[in-house]
Write a protein that binds this ligand. Sequence first.
Ligand SMILES: [Zn+2]
Ligand SMILES: [Zn+2]
Length: 563
Amino acid sequence: MSHPHPELSVPPELAPGALRVIPLGGLGEVGRNMTVFEYDGRLLIVDCGVLFPEENHPGVDLILPDFEPIRDRLGDVEALVLTHGHEDHIGATPFLLRERGDIPLVGSELTLALLDSKLREHRLKETVHHTVSEGDRIAFGPFDLEFVAVNHSIPDALAVAIRTGAGMVLHTGDFKMDQLPLDGRITDLRAFARLGEEGVDLFLTDSTNAEVPGFTTSEKEISPVLERVFHESRGRLIVACFASHVHRVQQVLDAAVEHGRKVGYVGRSMVRNMAIARDLGYLDVPPGVVVDAKELADLPPERQVLISTGSQGEPLSALSRIAQRNHNFVHIAEGDTVVLASSLIPGNENAVYRVINGLARWGARVVHKGNALVHVSGHASAGELLYCYNIVKPRNVLPVHGEIRHMLANAALARETGVPDEQVVLAEDGIVVDLVDGRARIAGKVECGYVFVDGSSVGDITESDLKDRRILGEEGFISVIVVVDSVTGKVSGGPEIHARGFAEDDATFDEIKQPIIDALDRATSDGVADSYQLQQTVRRVVGRWVSNTHRRRPMIIPVVVEA
Ligand SMILES: [Zn+2]
Ligand SMILES: [Zn+2]
């Protein structure tokens, strides 16, 4: 197996007739999926998603793939293929389209409909859409695309086969192999077999659950558990799940009908996405069941079901506000039942448990993944991946969509089925893989970091700004203002010291004032006149003192003014 090596440099020019794969996101993290394919000077992009920030990214709204490696080649892009409508696959598309608005967007009906509402929010109007379905074959420049149905935790997901002069690539997108999905639309293994027969030269496979043994439980297994929860509940029911999980919502709707309850959606994305899914026929809503959530509040609690966003404990979501009892019309009460019908994405644990505790404090019973089967994954487990390798019989394998441990586990599965060691390529974001004469190998590396979206700024916030924010958040700051006489070089005013998030009493700093004055006097008598250097002197004196006496490392902002 070839490992990505840190000493890699910029890849050489692509050999004629070869295919290049440039992963810009999603290899090394679960999120911001984006892969660029290059053939004959032209580019094809598969997916363009976001990564959600964690607690070590204070103030960051979203993390995007880095477009820099293709920024001056956007004119060569033939199309952007979107495998399905999850945020980690479509979320960064508006940001890419801001740089070139007419990139053809290719995806299934539901995927493009979900994307469309996002494009409208970003006021992107003149976009080019190509709606495709399983079985369709359509060429964009030298890329001949064929789409294959796959089953996932959102309807209408597609895998894509990409035929070029260099061979065929099969990209699974996100998938699993639920054999009895709610909509009857299974992962088309017959198509996988047919493509395998033709010859899959490079197989990109979803690694998310490669460490999980066996097979992913069927979505339908949740239904009897929901049934029991509905049966046992005497008060109001609130079910939180991902706003794109149409089949999960369908199961809740069906249970509500069964038990004579009415349903209201809470959370903007839930209201919007379920309207799209219903209008396009992906969600079957019997007449009169879904009512406006505010009207629902007028019914007796035992007739209400709220389907809400916020299953990851997002602080501004409907469920978080309900848990803090500051939602404008949902007031959680004794006897209510809350179901968190979702996964717990690593990094969100604290936020989710905070919400669970908040709800429980008001007397609600909370049913979650930890105490009932109310969630199944949307990704193929090891058993399913083995099936795929045996059916497709790929020549080369590139595990995608996962942290390094997931991709390693996926690579091991490929090898177990007989893919030769050297033809299983392990790459991370920025590692360039070339397919030359039927062999995939690492060709080099391009720089691609995290791009942070913060309010209206994109890419302005750097890792060092985030470091400052973490210091401010954890250690507070101290400002020191000193006035130095421009003629004598002596301190003529201050030091005036203020702190925030450090100590409430500014008198704490009295003992360090004289040492600051002494240090400045020494520096000026040594001939230091530059105010930046004088500020560094102040920073050193205060920093050492704070560290020794208070065991703290706050941000220190020295200001030396000459007067
Ligand atoms: Zn994904
Ligand atoms: Zn997905």
